[in-house]
Design a protein around this ligand. Structure first.
Ligand SMILES: NC(=O)c1ccc[n+]([C@@H]2O[C@H](COP(=O)([O-])OP(=O)(O)OC[C@H]3O[C@@H](n4cnc5c(N)ncnc54)[C@H](O)[C@@H]3O)[C@@H](O)[C@H]2O)c1
Length: 380
């Protein structure tokens, strides 16, 4: 058995735990949260044997092999550093950290440590996204012309919607782009096999002041009896980005956390010289395949109809709909196969610290582009 410790058990920590429990060869033995009392309460509810109130205490747990960092963004760099220094395999929530300098440092540390390192870019693990990537690799989409789409949510629509992500000190200088644009970029780079090298961005703050619940705001939780205080907002609610890939092809995407009715709508369309493909996370079992001279197709996540190199990402016969928790399981399965082997694979299908750093450079270029109102090159 591989022994795992989880740091942070708010919204996403329990999703990691559930996915790990579905693997069968991994056990979550310890959990750490901001306070010992909170950790003990969460550990009891999630049925985890050991609870700790500090990262140091969790890292000292005997025979711990892997540690997941599921804390807010401002803690990612420091906790990732601590995990690497302790010589543990590390799986970090996204974004990898808050600045490009931290990203470079963490990549170097991970390489030195010789451990398996992963970042939680989960959307590339959906069966139909893996299928689109396989079609691109096999040449059936043809020469890449363009990629475009959006990632839209509505959970920050109201002035009273508030979360640590709004505060640049805790979430980072960018909010919507770093929080969800990061996922869009990773997914589309994974499908196309191309890197975004230049960006031109225009960002918007629709609520320059928000009303924060004085008792604190949990992610995606609404409190009817809240009392509020005004908080100035410096992070974007909406953004549009034009970009260029490394092969000269082009694209654009929009991100929004204030689009009423859109809950988690990550959508992309890829146009190639042979055909197009399009995918929408809210309807994840379908891949739209667009043709010029024949009727368009909708492929569903039936493993017997998928390309052989993507079919292992769908686990049930066609018609048994798989979604976000299944993509999470796929991501953990990829990562833990590497942990079992004791080394990074040559071509990992999960996002690594290299991918996490690359996306940090894209976010940084997007923020700079918006500030300077010009095209900006993405650092390598
Ligand atoms: N991959 C995805 O699809 C996805 C989805 C949601 C969130 N996330 C990422 O997960 C991270 C956490 O987001 P969330 O929505 O779960 O936030 P959250 O606020 O719900 O949970 C954060 C948790 O971290 C704990 N924590 C805070 N400080 C700590 C410390 N010093 N030591 C230990 N624990 C500490 C909190 O008590 C809480 O349990 C973010 O970085 C976010 O970007 C990723």
């Amino acid at each position: 058995m591989i022994n795992v410790g989880i740091i942070g058990s708010g919204f996403i920590g329990p999703a990691h735990i559930e996915a790990l429990r579905r693997l069968g060869f991994v056990q979550v033995v310890a959990l750490c949260d901001s306070t010992l009392a909170q950790a003990q309460e969460k550990a009891r509810r999630l049925n985890i044997p050991h609870a700790y109130g500090s990262v140091e205490a969790l890292l000292a747990h005997p025979d711990l092999h892997v540690v997941h960092n599921c804390t807010p963004n401002n803690l990612h760099a420091e906790i990732n550093r601590q995990i690497l220094r302790a010589g543990k395999h590390v799986f970090s929530e996204k974004p990898l950290c808050m600045t490009p300098d931290e990203a470079r440092e963490l990549v170097a540390l991970a390489e030195q440590a010789g451990v398996v390192h992963g970042v939680s870019f989960v959307y590339r693990q959906f069966a139909m996204v893996r299928q689109a990537a396989s079609m691109m690799r096999a040449g059936s989409i043809g020469r890449l012309f363009a990629a475009h789409g959006s990632y839209l949510q509505d959970w920050m629509l109201l002035e009273t919607d508030y979360n640590w992500r709004v505060d640049a000190a805790l979430g980072g200088a960018s909010r919507a782009v770093a929080d969800i644009g990061s996922h869009w970029c990773d997914t589309v780079q994974f499908v196309t096999g191309r890197r975004i090298t230049e960006v031109m961005a225009d960002l918007a703050i629709v609520w320059p002041t928000r009303k924060a619940n004085v008792a604190g705001n949990q992610t995606f939780v609404h409190d009817e009896h809240a009392r509020y205080e005004d908080k100035p907002v410096t992070t974007e609610d909406f953004g549009s980005v034009l970009f260029r890939f490394d092969d000269g092809s082009k694209g654009s995407f929009s991100v929004s956390q204030v689009s009423a009715g859109r809950k988690n709508r990550l959508m992309f369309e890829i146009n190639g010289s042979e055909r197009s493909v399009a995918w929408d996370q809210e309807n994840p079992q379908q891949l739209w395949i667009g043709h010029r001279a024949q009727a368009n197709q909708t492929l569903t996540d039936d493993p017997s109809l998928m390309n052989p190199d993507a079919a292992d990402s769908a686990h049930f016969p066609g018609g048994h709909i798989e979604g976000w928790p299944d993509a999470f399981k796929n991501m953990m399965a990829q990562f833990y196969r590497a942990v079992q082997a004791g080394a990074m694979p040559d071509r990992p299908a999960f996002a690594t610290f290299h991918d996490g750093a690359n996306v940090m450079y894209i976010i940084d270029a997007i923020v700079e582009s918006h500030q300077q109102q010009r095209w900006v090159r993405v650092a390598q």
